[in-house]
Design a protein around this ligand. Structure first.
Ligand SMILES: [Zn+2]
Ligand SMILES: [Zn+2]
Length: 632
């Protein structure tokens, strides 16, 4: 390593002014050690270091501690190069200095350096101790961790709590749950850190039950263990459990939630559209000591846009300090999801003008979605091509999804089909449903049937594709085809995914399934539905029974449409909120075209703004029209 001049071990005595040395009285080494520990800035450390060098104390056999203290002080002030250079200048470093240097390299992500230092330690015939291993393990991958594990056993440190915790952590990070479990089970005493590492490991695997069982069995928990558990729920499809645990943490009062806790809780809110809870968390953050840093702000932007309040997302975005690419991505995706394509593209252009910001593959998903939602074919294709050509980003299946949906919307069905066939990866059911949906929209039943039959031949088990094929048959009145699809579904045991819609009223999320009468206000809901039905008919509404799967009588078809889950949720919203207030509905599937027409009419006759998030995007219904321009 190149040495910096300031780190020369000693200066020739004749270069020192004798008068200056005489005037300067160096404090005793013990005092110097304290001064190094208390140093407030790197300049102070440099001054003390210089004085030590002038007095030749660094190599003094009685004071090796000064060297160690200087090493740590440089590292703690972020001067990693100084810190490691000092180590390399030291003749015969002892175990403590070796361990300190390994730790510095490890925690600063200098993996190779950490390993080199460890090898150097071994060749100096010094035996590593528990702190050497726990330091080294911080930079290990599962593979290198396994190698170090053998050394750990060789030096008889296998059940040392520090080392075992480090090993559990290494295996946990690499997802090797079996090895992590083995080390963890052999620990005579489980520390808070090792238990948390084990919970992380379970949560990463999606085994939230095991994670929770261990979490509940801990007699002491810090905020890190709470965060791991809350985030584990949020990331593995248990948003309600995540929010319940967050509430439990608040109720216990200790430990205090931090930035990571609220980001996990906000992610849970986004998943179930719990806008009121999300807003409450925002207020909570403002009133607590949690910093509104870029990560928390990004969590808020994502929550507000996914919960249907784009306005609030924009307000947070504008106030976000030091926006990174993740924050920009969240806002671009927010605009795209809500159909504000021009704003998404404006932001994309603005972002490119900022030095230090590079678009990622996520940026392109949002941007291409914006193009797809607005039907900007040429712009979309240009951006898709620029990904690889200008930014060296390989398109993933999601990017192809946007491109196919863009071409499909524009009626370029053959081109969409060709794009899928020519991809260098297998198409997923989302992609196929997209092109099938476009065939239905543009009335190209010949191509639609060809694709659907091809897919059924491939034995794809996605219920959505069967439903689309059935709809395509129904649209041309081919009820034999409809019956054929229904039998096929029965044969293959494919069940249509039930549509579920939710609406949040006074902090409570109400869930509805098609035709369900489970809700306590069911009677009022159905009365409201009948009233709506009469009023919209007088506005010229004719039910579009083409999309009904079964070959029922016309009146029966009408009834089955009338009780689609989103209509039950809207009806409940109408009877339980003040006239004129907006309604926000979430649906797990795409909204059907009949419900879309009806919702437009409801927005007109009631004067309400209705925001609906379906599987694909947001629809903003106002005064009889929808922001999606009837394409979704
Ligand atoms: Zn519907
Ligand atoms: Zn719409």
């Amino acid at each position: 390593m190149a040495s910096s001049p300031l780190l020369a071990t000693s200066l020739p005595q004749n270069q020192l002014s004798t008068t200056a040395t005489a005037r300067f009285r160096l404090p005793p080494p013990e005092k110097l050690a304290v001064l190094i520990d208390k140093s407030q800035s790197v300049d102070e450390v440099l001054q003390i270091h210089a004085a030590i060098l002038r007095h030749n104390l660094l190599l003094h056999p009685r004071y090796p501690v000064l060297n160690l203290k200087l090493h740590r002080a440089y590292a703690s002030h972020g001067k990693i190069r100084h810190s490691l250079a000092l180590f390399h200048q030291t003749i015969d470093p002892d175990l403590f200095l070796f361990t300190a240097a390994i730790n510095t390299a490890s925690i600063n992500d200098l993996k190779d350096q950490a390993f080199l230092l460890y090898v150097q330690l071994l060749s100096s015939e010094i035996n590593p101790n528990e702190f050497t291993f726990s330091s080294l393990l911080k930079s290990c991958s599962t593979k290198s961790g396994k190698l170090i594990h053998t050394h750990v056993l060789k030096f008889g440190l296998g059940i040392d709590p520090y080392v075992a915790t480090g090993l559990v952590d290494v295996y946990a990070k690499g997802g090797d749950v079996v090895s992590a479990q083995k080390v963890f089970d052999r620990m005579p005493e489980r520390s808070l850190v090792s238990s948390t590492a084990m919970i992380t490991c379970y949560a990463k695997q999606g085994n939230v039950e095991a994670a929770r069982a261990l979490f509940d069995s801990m007699c002491e928990r810090d905020i890190v263990s709470w965060n791991v558990m809350i985030d584990g729920y949020a990331q593995h499809g248990f948003p309600n459990d995540a929010l319940m645990l967050f509430q439990k943490l608040l109720a216990e009062g200790k430990p205090k939630p931090d930035e990571i806790t609220v980001v996990a809780a906000l992610s849970a809110c986004s998943q179930i559209g719990a806008l009121e809870t999300g807003r409450w968390i925002h207020v909570f953050v403002k009133s607590s000591r949690i910093r509104l840093n870029v990560k928390v702000c990004t969590g808020l932007i994502d929550m507000y846009s996914k919960c249907g309040s784009l306005e609030e997302a924009v307000l947070v975005f504008n106030d976000t300090p030091r926006k990174d690419i993740v924050a920009w991505n969240a806002m671009i995706a927010g605009y795209a999801m809500h159909g504000y394509s021009q704003d998404a593209l404006r932001l994309f252009n603005e972002m490119q003008g900022i030095t230090g910001l590079q678009p990622t593959d996520i940026t392109f998903i949002g941007t291409l979605q914006a193009c797809a939602h607005a039907g900007l074919v040429n712009e979309g294709i240009r951006i898709f091509e620029s990904m690889g050509q200008e930014y060296g980003i390989k398109p993933k299946i999601e990017h192809y999804g946007c491109l196919v949906s863009l071409l499909g919307r524009a009626g370029q069905l053959k081109r969409a089909y060709e794009t899928i066939k020519n991809m260098n990866m297998d198409a997923d059911s989302v992609l196929w449903s997209s092109v099938l949906g476009s065939c239905k929209l543009h009335g190209d039943f010949v191509l639609g049937k060809e694709i659907a039959e091809y897919l059924i031949g491939l034995n794809i088990k996605n219920s959505g594709i069967y439903v689309l094929l059935s709809n395509i048959y129904a649209s041309v009145g081919d009820y034999e085809g409809v019956a054929k699809v229904r039998n096929l579904m029965k044969e293959k045991g494919i069940v249509k995914e039930p549509g579920i819609s939710t609406i949040e009223i006074e902090n409570k999320v109400h869930e509805f399934r098609a035709g369900d009468r489970e809700h306590s206000k069911s009677k009022e809901i159905y009365t409201m539905l009948r009233k709506i039905s009469e009023r919209i008919k007088s506005h010229g509404y004719v039910p579009n029974t083409n999309t009904v799967l079964q070959d029922l009588e016309e009146t029966e078809k009408e009834q089955s449409l009338q009780v689609h889950s989103e209509r039950l949720a809207i009806a409940y919203g109408l009877i339980s909120t003040k006239p004129g207030s907006p309604l926000k509905i979430f649906k797990n599937l795409r909204v059907c075209s009949d419900c879309h027409t009806v919702t437009k009419l409801i927005s007109k006759i009631t004067g309400r703004k209705i925001v609906m998030r379906d599987r694909n995007r947001f629809h903003h219904f106002t005064d009889g029209s929808c922001s999606c321009g009837d394409f979704w």
